[in-house]
Every structure is written in structure tokens, then in C-alpha cells.
Write a protein that binds this ligand. Structure first.
Ligand SMILES: [Zn+2]
Length: 685
């Protein structure tokens, strides 16, 4: 081996070590996954036995509680091509032809140790031999049971992931990808991290038995068995035929297609021999088991050229830059428009028209520019095709991105708010059209879409949401392509929404950050629209921030949003009926307030949801008006305060008794559908 090759190997090994340290221990990667993989692949070619390639992650950080894994968490052999699958099947079929496949979830690996059915300890993968104790935070993950349905003693392995909808709603400005947030959320102390563990989901892929008690023949049997025990495995598929490799390759293609709409981020497929005795027979190399292959998707990143930037005013008044780029395939789709988020991002990237850019596409969301690669050359535009297969014929030009001073929709002067450029005029055309569409879509009015709203605006038949409810048959039927029947349909759809509950009303108003969950929380706090308006008039913010999950910022946004819409709300309430929150909910906790404190066997969020689903409301501080304090172990000042104020105090058992007599068990509580949570982020739609 030549001296220069040795030097290169040394360099690659040092870089990989440094970047894995940044990635695992600091959740602060400096390079993208694709760049990291490139370093990795180069080192693997030059020196396949290099020890750096066979470490999973660095040792746990000093100062943390370390856990020796009874069963080491090994890394798997990697592949990226069809040939890698063929090779894997050929070299392992001496062990049978039945394979198990699961999507390779892109989160943070976690080991859960159950003793006699109780969650005893949770640990990160760490170096594979030793991980970090993260039991407290793992208990916050809603679908990790603290007790199994049966008294098993097992070690369950899986991945904690963040649903992409939650990532897009809450964290896309915090971290460039959800995976970094997962390990951060598990390892943080006292909620000092960027993300909450309660926003994570656990997906199992393996189970081990310390007492060797399993009788299972197939790994897939164990996945069924885990489901019964109360733990959800990642979805799986079995391949069993004479030539399973063909179906397995087909399966990777299927997942490449559905990857973008899947609820979690995945970066490939894991294939394993399904029969456990065959695994034993095949054994392991020094680095990885011979019976498994981690097949990774081709990169979701690509290069293109920034050709132009358009500015669009959204429903909430924020003016966003949309970059037009030379057509580029990324993640299986031809992309020509990508987001630049806001003015701050344009400045951060220091980007100009004519620059070569790196783009990425993550999940089912608008692709974005993540890196500026400097001035493009004409060859960067060559051989590009539009999505319909026609040739791209654009040319290069070089100039700065002009940041508009006036609203692209209404021409009023724009205001900078932090990194965002905003049109503050409520009468802004773009905002009006989009907020009308948002209203109709949120209230699920079929047949009242963007096109109809545009036509109505154009003919000046409507200006505000309230005008929708003033439309009559003769106005509607005069519109192009609107017959008698369609006009009646539109009026019927509108009629259905003349009565709606407070939460729906607040959500449909389309205020920034007031999605369905926040709207529900606020409604349960105030009960009536009248009380909200009174709260605005009296000008106290404090009351709202005592509600669980409502921070000062959201409280301020909500106050401002309602104040700005005051005229609209007054008009609307003359045309439609907004029902008080209690009238629409019915439960044994109607009108009762709860505060939760101390450590409990279930996540607080879960208990809060149970209370809310029974009509109760949850507050975060103890006052004389409080009905119940649910106090877990080691409850502190809140318990003392409640005792002094003569508030009824319930321990967890007493709380359960209070809840019983209803048929609502924890598994039937309203789950938070992540797809419903994106309600305020759709200025794009
Ligand atoms: Zn405007």
C-alpha cells in the first residue's frame, strides 16, 4: 500500500470519527448524510477492515449513566444497489430462502429492558456494547408501555422516530432533519433540548430473551408476539420463494415510491433471514451478522442551478421566496420549484441567481435548498429534462436576489419581522383568497375550492369570509360553468357550516400557529367565543399561558390574530352560530379542571388527553378554582399549595377510579393524527 493511500486512509478515518462524534454526541452534524456516506464508501474501498468502519457510534458521553448491553447492538452490512441484494441472497441462502423485510427507520436506536413485564431500563445504542441510560425520557414516548400486557422479561430493540408531520409543524426551523432531534430528545436532561420526547414514536424490530425462553422458529413470529405484548413493531413483509431476490428488489422500488408519503423518515430497507436457527448457522463476521443487509435508498440530495426567485404572500401574510431551479430529479421526482423559507434563509445561504445549489427532498414536503455551491457553469444546465420529458432550454444569468419592498399581491409596503417579510394588511388580496380557501377546506366544504373562490373574488361577489354566507342562488348561478344544481350544492355546503363549535371556528380562521390542537386547547379553556373577546378587551395574557401547551408566543399570536379579525368575527357571528365548547362535548369531567404533578406511570400528555376527552380541562398551575390535583410520586410545591387551598387531591389510583365507570381506556383516547397537525403550515397549498 502506497504512502499516499495510507495518508488518505488516515484522513478518512479521522474525518469519519470526527463527524460521527458530532452526529452522535452533539446532534450537530457539519456535513450531510450523503457526504458522510461518500467518506465511508471511499474508506471501505481502500481499507475494508479499518476499525472505524465497524464501530456503531462513540462511547457514551462522560457524566451519563452507562448501560452494558447484555446483547450487543451490532451494525449491519450495508448495500445500495440491486446487485447488493442479489449477492446477499446468494451468500445467505445456505440458510434458507425465507426473508423478512422492514423499512429502515431513520431515527435513534433504543433498547428497552422489561423485567416481569415492567419497563426496567431504556438505553441508547451508544458504541453497540455500551449505551446511555435514557429511561426517564423513554417513558415520555407515548407508545412505549411502562407495563407489558404479559409479565415477560425481554429486551426489545427498535428505533424512536419523529412523525414528519410533527417535524414540519414544530421543528423544521430548529433542526435540518428529524433524526437529530430524536437522539437529542432522548438524551436531554429536564427538557432542556430542542425537542420533546413526547413527540417521538417507537417502532420495534427485534426482541431478545435473557433467559433464552423463546420457542419461536421465525423472527416474524416474534413480531406478532410483540404486538400482543403491547409493543408496535415497524411494518414487515416476508419473502419466500425460489428467487426471493426478485421480489426483494421490487419491494425496494415500491418503498422508493411511497417513501415520500410515509409518516416517518426512512432511509432504506432492512432484510434479514427469517428463520432463527438459520441465522445461527450463518453466524457473523468480525463486523456484522451474515444474515442481514441494510439496503439504503439512493441519495435524496442533488445539485441544480438557481434561475430565479418568486415571492408569494401566504395566508398569514408572510412573504416567502420560492426558488425556480433547473429541472432536477431528486428522490424519484423532477423538481423545478424549491422553497427558500424566508428572507433570513436567503441571507444565511448568501445565495445569488446563477449559483449552483444543493437541494434535498425530505418526505412529502416541498424540496429545499440546503447549500450554496457558488457560481454555476453552463455545463450545470446541460442535459436537463422537465417532468414531462421535454428538454430544458433555460440560460444562465448572474445577479443578486431582489428582496421586495412591496407586497407581490397587494403592493402595500412590507414589514420585516425577524427572519420573515410580512404583509400586515388584512385586506391583502393574497391573504384574502388564501384565508377564504382555508376556511372552506378546514370546514370540509366539498365543491368550494380555489377556482370558485377566485371567480367569486373576481366578480366582487365576496370580499371576506362573512360574504360567503350572504351569497344567493342567482349570484352563484350566473358564474361560468355553474348550473342550477351546482349553485344549490354550494349553498348546501355553506348551510352545513352555519353552526360550528368554537375549536373548529378558531382553527378555520387560519391564524398562524393555531392548528386544530391548539384551537381545541384554547377552546376548552375559554369555553365560549364571548369569553375570548372579553379576554382580548381586558388585555391579560397571563391567563392563557397557564394552559398546558400554550406558550407566551402562541398566546401573543392568538391575541393579535383575534384582534386583527375583530370586524370579521363580528360580521360572522351575525351570520353563523359558534357553539360553546361544553355544549358539544359531553363527559363525566365536564367543566372540571385538573392539574397534573409528580411522576406518574403514564406520560402526562396521555393523562391530559384522557381528561380532555372526558370534557375536563387541564391547567398548569394550582389556584383556588382548581377542582382536582392529580399528584404522582414525589410531587412538590403544587401538592403543598393544593393542600393549603383545600383542592381535592387524587393519587394515580384514585384518579383511575374517578375515570372508571366510563368505557374510555387509555388505548381509546383520541390519538393525535399527525396529518391533522399541519393545519397552519399550508401557505403552500
Ligand atoms: Zn399584501
Amino acid at each position: 500500500m502506497g504512502e499516499r493511500v495510507d495518508e488518505r486512509i488516515g484522513f478518512l478515518a479521522a474525518e469519519i470519527t470526527r463527524h460521527s462524534e458530532l452526529y452522535y454526541n452533539h446532534s450537530a452534524p457539519e456535513i450531510t448524510d450523503a457526504d458522510f456516506d461518500a467518506l465511508w464508501d471511499e474508506l471501505r474501498q481502500l481499507d475494508p477492515d479499518n476499525e472505524v468502519l465497524h464501530k456503531v457510534g462513540p462511547e457514551p458521553l462522560p457524566g451519563t449513566v452507562k448501560v452494558e448491553h447484555m446483547f450487543p447492538m451490532r451494525s449491519l452490512d450495508k448495500g445500495t444497489t440491486d446487485d447488493d441484494i442479489v449477492h446477499f441472497v446468494t451468500q445467505s441462502t445456505s440458510g434458507g430462502k425465507r426473508f423478512l423485510a422492514q423499512p429502515k427507520l431513520d431515527g435513534s436506536a433504543l433498547s428497552l429492558e422489561y423485567v416481569a413485564g415492567n419497563l426496567h431500563r431504556a438505553a441508547t445504542r451508544g458504541s453497540g456494547e455500551r449505551g446511555e441510560d435514557v429511561t426517564l425520557n423513554a417513558k415520555l414516548v407515548a407508545n412505549i408501555p411502562t407495563r407489558l400486557n404479559h409479565p415477560y422479561t425481554i429486551h426489545v430493540r427498535g428505533e424512536v422516530v419523529m412523525p414528519l408531520a410533527i417535524y414540519e409543524e414544530k421543528y423544521s426551523n430548529v433542526s435540518p432533519n428529524p433524526r437529530n432531534l430524536c437522539s437529542g430528545a432522548l438524551r436531554q436532561k429536564h427538557g432542556d433540548g430542542k425537542a420533546n420526547a413526547s413527540d417521538l414514536v417507537f417502532c420495534a424490530y427485534d426482541v431478545k430473551f435473557p433467559d433464552d425462553s423463546s420457542q419461536a422458529r421465525f423472527d416474524s413470529e416474534l413480531l406478532h408476539w410483540l404486538q400482543e405484548a403491547g409493543i408496535e413493531p415497524a411494518p414487515w413483509q416476508i419473502f419466500e420463494s425460489e428467487t426471493p431476490q426478485n421480489e426483494m428488489i421490487e419491494y425496494t422500488k415500491e418503498w422508493s415510491m411511497k417513501r415520500s408519503s410515509y409518516e416517518f423518515e426512512i432511509d432504506g430497507i432492512v432484510f434479514k433471514l427469517d428463520e432463527l436457527t438459520h441465522r445461527e448457522r450463518l453466524g457473523e463476521t468480525a463486523h456484522h451478522p451474515r444474515w442481514a443487509l441494510a439496503w439504503k435508498f439512493p441519495s435524496q440530495e442533488a445539485h441544480s442551478v438557481l434561475l430565479d426567485v418568486d415571492w408569494q404572500t401566504g395566508r398569514t401574510g408572510s412573504v416567502t421566496p420560492v426558488a425556480r431551479i433547473a429541472p432536477q430529479m431528486v428522490g424519484g421526482v423532477t423538481v423545478e420549484n424549491v422553497t427558500l423559507h424566508n428572507v433570513g434563509e436567503v441571507e444565511r445561504l448568501g445565495i445569488k441567481i446563477g449559483d449552483k445549489v444543493k437541494i434535498t427532498r425530505r418526505g412529502d414536503v416541498i424540496p429545499k435548498i440546503i447549500e450554496n455551491l457558488g457560481k454555476a457553469s453552463p455545463s450545470d444546465l446541460e442535459n436537463r429534462l422537465h417532468a414531462d420529458g421535454t428538454s430544458f432550454t433555460g440560460h444562465l444569468s448572474f445577479h443578486d436576489i431582489a428582496i421586495p419592498e412591496n407586497c407581490p399581491a397587494c403592493n402595500r409596503v412590507l414589514t420585516m419581522e425577524g427572519a420573515f417579510l410580512r404583509c400586515l394588511a388584512m385586506e391583502c388580496d393574497a391573504r384574502t383568497a388564501r384565508s377564504l380557501t382555508y376556511w372552506c377546506r378546514t370546514l370540509e366544504m366539498d365543491g368550494i375550492g380555489e377556482k370558485l373562490i377566485e371567480a367569486l373574488l373576481e366578480k366582487s361577489l365576496i370580499v371576506t369570509i362573512a360574504d360567503l354566507y350572504r351569497l344567493n342562488h342567482s349570484q352563484l348561478s350566473k358564474l361560468d360553468r355553474m348550473g342550477d344544481k351546482s349553485a344549490n350544492n354550494v349553498l348546501d355546503e355553506l348551510a352545513k357550516t352555519r353552526t360550528l363549535n368554537l375549536a373548529k371556528f378558531l382553527h378555520a380562521l387560519g391564524m398562524e400557529r393555531i392548528g386544530p390542537e391548539v384551537a381545541t386547547t384554547i377552546s376548552q379553556h375559554f369555553i365560549s367565543l364571548e369569553k375570548i373577546l372579553r379576554w382580548i378587551d381586558e388585555g391579560e395574557d397571563e391567563e392563557l399561558t397557564t394552559i398546558d401547551g400554550i406558550g407566551e408566543k402562541v398566546a401573543a399570536i392568538f391575541r393579535e390574530g383575534i384582534s386583527k379579525r375583530r370586524t370579521l368575527i363580528n360580521e360572522l357571528t351575525e351570520l353563523i352560530t359558534v357553539i360553546d365548547e361544553t355544549e358539544s362535548s359531553s363527559g363525566i369531567f365536564d367543566g372540571k379542571s385538573f392539574c397534573i404533578t409528580g411522576s406518574l406511570s403514564r406520560p402526562r400528555k396521555e393523562i391530559a388527553l384522557a381528561i380532555k376527552s372526558l370534557g375536563g380541562k387541564v391547567v398548569s398551575s394550582v389556584s383556588g378554582n382548581l377542582d382536582y390535583l392529580v399528584a404522582g410520586e414525589s410531587a412538590g410545591s403544587k401538592l403543598e399549595k393544593a393542600q393549603n387551598l383545600d383542592v381535592t387531591i387524587l393519587d394515580e389510583h384514585e384518579f383511575q377510579i374517578l375515570m372508571n365507570g366510563t368505557n374510555i381506556s387509555s388505548s381509546e383516547e383520541p390519538s393525535e393524527d399527525p396529518h391533522q397537525s399541519t393545519g397552519t403550515l399550508d401557505d403552500w397549498l
